[in-house]
Design a protein around this ligand. Structure first.
Ligand code: SF4
Length: 499
């Protein structure tokens, strides 16, 4: 797979708790999300302290956690009542569902990665895994019921590395999505993650023929020494060859993931990677800050003190350099991490775009969202734990119930909407929030928004009615996001024991 980032679990002081990506749905909080304090911060009115170029003392650390979904899986807990999926889906809108299939296998374990994935899977395990995924698809489709048409609007295969599967296995995965779930893959956006070593012509041909509209490849760095330093050794020539094969498929959107903040990386070496990526004119680029997380390869090797101010400054510097370089080369910023070529078609999911409910996740690391509950299976980062969770998944016969998750109440739904909209460069129309929830974000999140405004994180030039981050606010996305977590979600995350 690609992304290094995904879930980042950084136990953290300030806001109460590490995080990671997320999904789940917080609870406990009073339906009014809003801790309310009054001071309505007006998005446009700000005075605001222009955030300094460096890491100002008054500012929180910029890299606390990547919030790509809320609440994070570390806030999930076993659901003692094991609700039936049929009950959960009753009354939910089913006309624009998202389908996500998680393939938890990789050929190597990158040092920065704490995604749910294992290496060294024998052939028979991938077969057993797909057998289980097919059983799950049958159960989930049945639970969707026949009380209205169930229609999928987008699909994605992620991981891990979906192209760890052979071409024949990828064919089977597409068959499961189409025949068992009813997703018309050739008619909807289909995004698939891949890696340089597994992006082989036969696999890519299957994906292109089945309707893939976006192929996303984790390169991380085109500089071999940096790839080694991030514990992802790879030859530049192999990366270039894989990119050539991807372009040969004619799939319309190529995304390349790169990482900044690697030991020894300079503005000059970072620009070399950016330019090597730009040579392929990718429709999308994701620039990820490096995180060193507990239980990942780098986490074991390095002194935790490596996550210090100097590293923050290096990452902020490289972020700004990368952002400015892409903006001057015809790219638009979609979020802190995501950049899209201005003339490219938008055929994949946006960063943080899972704004609405109605996500169907297949596979043992996938999350599913309904309006009331986010759920998944057990979660781990440590390889032994991951192996046993995958083994349990492949042995599961009954997929008709949700096992691990977190209820989402009205307050958490508001938080989720604000969080995921605010982290988009285009910002959040206040009217959308009001139409969905009633009230105003300035009433519900007055204290937080006032704080963001004081820090210079809100765009004082945004048109009336648009709540939008300033460039500095966007740069601090990974510090700002966790400040919007509810106390209940923070507490659950803080109590989570990494395994
Ligand atoms: S270990 Fe796998 S999922 Fe993690 S970054 Fe590397 S290729 Fe991607």
């Amino acid at each position: 797979m690609n992304t290094p980032t995904a879930p980042s679990y950084e136990p953290e002081a300030t806001t109460g708790g590490g995080t990671e990506a997320t999904t789940g749905g917080g609870t406990a909080t009073p339906a009014q999300t809003g801790n309310g304090t009054a001071t309505p911060a007006r998005s446009g009115s700000g005075t605001a302290t222009p955030a300094a170029a460096g890491v100002a003392a008054a500012l929180p650390r910029p890299y606390r956690s990547y919030v790509y979904a809320y609440p994070h899986k570390t806030a999930y807990r076993p659901l003692t009542d094991r609700p039936a999926l049929a009950e959960l889906s009753a009354g939910e809108p089913k006309d624009a569902l998202s389908l996500y299939a998680h393939i938890p296998f990789c050929e190597v374990r990158c040092g920065f990665c704490n995604l749910f994935t294992r290496i060294g899977a024998p052939d028979e395990l991938t077969t057993r895994y797909l057998d289980a995924l097919e059983r799950q698809a049958v159960a989930v489709r049945e639970a969707l019921g026949d009380d209205g048409p169930a229609r999928f609007a987008t699909a994605a295969f992620g991981g891990g590395t979906p192209t760890f599967l052979t071409a024949a296995e990828l064919t089977r995965l597409c068959d499961i999505a189409e025949r068992r779930m009813g997703a018309d893959l050739r008619a909807i956006p289909l995004s698939v993650e891949t890696s340089p070593a597994t992006a082989t012509a036969d696999r890519l041909a299957v994906l292109a023929e089945r309707g893939a509209t976006r192929l996303s490849i984790g390169v991380q760095s085109f500089v071999e020494a940096e790839a080694r330093a991030a514990v992802r050794p790879q030859r530049r020539a192999d990366v270039e060859a894989a990119l050539g094969r991807i372009r040969d498929t004619g799939v319309p959107v190529l995304n390349i993931d790169l990482i900044y903040g690697i030991d020894g990386q300079t503005e000059e070496s970072w620009r070399r990677s950016l330019d090597a990526a730009l040579a392929w004119r990718p429709e999308e680029l994701y620039l990820y800050p490096l995180y060193v997380r507990p239980l990942t390869g780098l986490g074991r090797l390095q002194d935790p003190a490596a996550a210090d101010r100097a590293w923050d400054e290096q990452r902020l510097r490289l972020y700004r350099h990368g952002r400015d370089h892409l903006l001057s080369h015809g790219y638009e910023q979609v979020s802190m991490r995501m950049f899209r070529r201005a003339d490219a078609p938008a055929l994949g999911p946006d960063d943080h775009a899972c704004q609405t409910d109605g996500m169907i996740g297949l596979g043992c690391g996938a999350r599913s969202y309904t309006s009331r509950l986010h759920y998944s299976f057990d979660y781990a980062v440590d390889m032994r734990e991951i192996r046993s969770i995958i083994d349990r998944y492949t042995e599961t016969a009954d997929f008709s119930r949700a096992e691990v998750g977190r209820p989402v109440d009205a307050g958490e739904a508001r938080r989720r909407h604000l969080l995921q909209s605010l982290l988009q460069a285009e910002g959040m129309p206040v009217a959308d929030y009001t139409a969905r929830f009633g009230g105003s974000p300035f009433e519900d999140f007055g204290a937080e928004l006032a704080r963001f405004e004081r820090r210079g994180w809100l765009d004082a030039e945004a048109p009336d009615g648009l709540l939008r981050l300033s460039p500095e606010g966007l740069a601090y996305s990974d510090g700002l996001g966790p400040e919007l977590f509810s106390p209940a979600v923070r507490a659950a995350m803080a109590a989570y024991e990494a395994k």
